[in-house]
Design a protein. Sequence first.
Length: 148
Amino acid sequence: MNRRELLEFATAASLMSANVAVADSPAASEQAHDHAAGITKYGDLVSATSKCVNTAEACLAHCVGQLMDGNTEMKNCTLTSQDVITACTAVREMAARNAPRVAQMAAVCGKICRDCEAECKKHETHKVCRDCRDSCAECAKECEKLAA
């Protein structure tokens, strides 16, 4: 990946992250998900995936900043955190409405969270990566309980 491609990627990821943050503030997100956790049989999964999305978004923003500064060491962390955001958002939405394939989606999501956990372990000097690693581990455990 050349510098131009890296900057284009980082800019796109940053814009995507900013749009998510504006559209779904943490306070509104937590309030909506706490409500959803009360009406679904998957309340713990909704909570775990919500937390995981929030910490992965923070990790993604941090990684994009690192990439913008030329630290390409964070490239894989950027990619795995994006995967976590996508997977956890899908599982959270399905769990909140008691969708019939939650367990199957949770099985995949748990694996994606484990991938991100492993990648974030490589960057433990960054607090945001430690937080993402820990929430991915917790989310993976919740997913694995359901998938078992």
